[in-house]
Structure formats: C-alpha cells, structure tokens
Design a protein. Structure first.
Length: 308
C-alpha cells in the first residue's frame, strides 16, 4: 500500500531547491549522529531512546516538542517506505511530487543530514486546486504530516482532475451537509482562541513561537488542537466536529488522550479532553457522563444579510 506525506524542506521551504536538485529529503533538529542501526521498526521505541538525547541537547525544550522532533526524524528516516509519495512545498504555492527511492543515509555536515533519496517527478500540484480538507492537512505546522486519507484526491490531482471543493467522509458526523457553512471552524477557532472561554485557561501549544498544537500528529491520527494550561499542569485535547457529533467521537478522543498521557505528558501533568460540535445527542451525553475528564462545548454559526 502506498502512503502519502507532506514534508517541509526546512523552515519556509528554505532548503527545497537544494533537495529538488540533490534528489533527497531530510531532517536535522540538531541531532547530529548517524542513525544507521538505531532506527527500530516502532517509532515509540525510537522516541523513548532519543527524546532524552534531544532534551539533553536542548534542555529548554518540552517533552511535547521533543516528541514532535523525534517523531519527524523517525518518520522520514524509517517510517516512510520505498515508493511512498511525497508532496513538498516549493515556497511558491505549489507542491512538488516525489517518490521515496531508497533507505536512510547520513550526510554528515550537510543540510538536513538524516536523508532519504527521492525521485522527483516532473510534476507539481497547486495549493489552490486542493479541497479545503487537503489544504488543512498539508498546511499544518511541523516537518511531516501523513495525508494518506486524501489519497483519492491526490491521485486525481496528479492526473489533472480538480475535485469538488467540499468533501467530507467523517463517520462521526451525523449530518455532514452542515459541513459547507462550517468548513473554516478549526482555523477560526485557532485564530480567535484567546477570545474563547478555553483561551482564558489554556494556550495552544507552541514551539519556538510556532503553533504546533494544531493537527498534532499521533499514531492514531491528528489531534485537532493540543493545548496546555497556563500553569502547565494540564494538557488539553480538543476534537472538533462540524455538525452534530455522534457518540463515536468519544472513543476517538480517548485514543488521542491516551497517546498524550503516555507519550507527551510530563510526570504529574493531567490530560483532559473537549469535544466541540454544533449539536450533541442523547447518546453522546450518555457517553460523556461516564468520563469525567471529557467535556462538551457547543458552537454557533451566525449568518446575516445587511441591506446596502
């Protein structure tokens, strides 16, 4: 099975041209040692070994930032399989298409030294041609994001077919037709976070001034928003549902919370979860009632016409 990834080639795609010309992708994160023989098949094993190494080098970094960095190094160096497809921003609004062509190698002293060879196609995809969902998935912060769930759309774009702009197949949304009016919910919430009730107590997680708590990658999918309390005592997992949320979202949220508790939380940190949706349901209320660490918020979308 072919997997699909969005890979950033340096901050702001600053190394894109060098990678395109040299036929590679890579990571750095200041971890300057050859990882040959140190790339296990399971990313959790790699993180457990190298998060302490990363934090020893960068003692001001949190475990969350360290986990994100080590996860990106492992994914690029080991997790990607030969023939997996890549979309890499070129810094000009397009994504260059590439194919992983070989195994990990270390380029000591070079740009992005933890490398994989890539066969770059003579083809790119423009961001404007993507649906909102794919734009969101390819636009999240961080070095690498998994976008395999958009495989059908990506293949269509590669074939020159521009898909409809509004697409949703989320089985945890009971009335997806409401998705059309609310497709900007996540970005709107992130941009206006400080004005919300949650924003008074929590901040969306940042690293080096960059918001990395939006679409934070886990082994069971991306967390919509990962936040931390002002006193850093609690991590908050926020799951957004456009429309009415079904009770299935509770299981999805608990999986993310378990990941955060096991992989990211510092000793003594608590983990809470919040579901935000247009409406709840009796089944959802029953499910939440049994999980004290999970709460629910309802959002409102208002539309009006003003005579000119």
């Amino acid at each position: 099975m072919t997997d699909y990834y969005r890979v950033m080639l340096g901050r702001g795609s600053e190394h894109a041209e060098e990678c395109f010309a040299g036929g590679f992708i890579g990571t750095d994160f200041g971890l300057h040692q050859d990882l040959t023989g140190h790339l296990p098949d399971e990313w959790r094993t790699f993180n457990k070994q190298f998060i302490p190494v990363y934090q020893a080098k960068w003692p001001d970094k949190s475990k969350i930032a360290a986990g994100l960095a080590c996860g990106a190094i492992w994914t690029v160096s080991k997790g990607m399989q030969i023939s997996d497809l890549l979309l890499c921003p070129d810094g000009g609004g397009n994504y260059q298409i590439g194919e992983v062509a070989g195994d990990y190698y270390y380029a000591e002293g070079a740009t992005l030294p933890h490398r994989r060879p890539v066969k770059w196609w003579n083809q790119h995809v423009s961001r404007e041609s993507m649906t909102e969902a794919l734009q969101n998935s390819t636009g999240v912060p961080g070095t690498v994001s998994t976008i395999t769930k958009h495989a059908e759309e990506i293949e269509a774009l590669i074939a020159g077919v521009v898909p409809p702009k509004i697409v949703t197949t989320d089985e945890t949304i009971e009335d997806p037709e409401k998705f059309v009016m609310e497709k900007h919910l996540e970005d709107f919430l992130v941009h206006n976070w400080s004005c919300t009730e949650l924003g008074a107590e929590y901040s969306i997680f940042q690293d080096d001034g960059e918001t990395v708590g939006q679409q934070y990658q886990t082994d069971t999918g991306p967390i919509d928003i990962l936040a931390i309390s002002k006193d850093e005592a609690t991590l908050l997992v926020v799951e957004l549902k456009k429309g009415r949320a079904s009770d299935a979202v509770v299981g999805q949220l608990l999986r993310y919370m378990n990941f955060v508790a096991e992989e990211l939380a510092a000793p003594g940190q608590q983990v809470r979860g919040i579901i935000i949706a247009l409406e709840d349901s009796p089944k959802l209320r029953r499910a939440i009632a049994m999980v004290p660490s999970v709460g629910f918020y309802r959002y409102e979308v208002k539309f009006s016409l003003v005579k000119g």
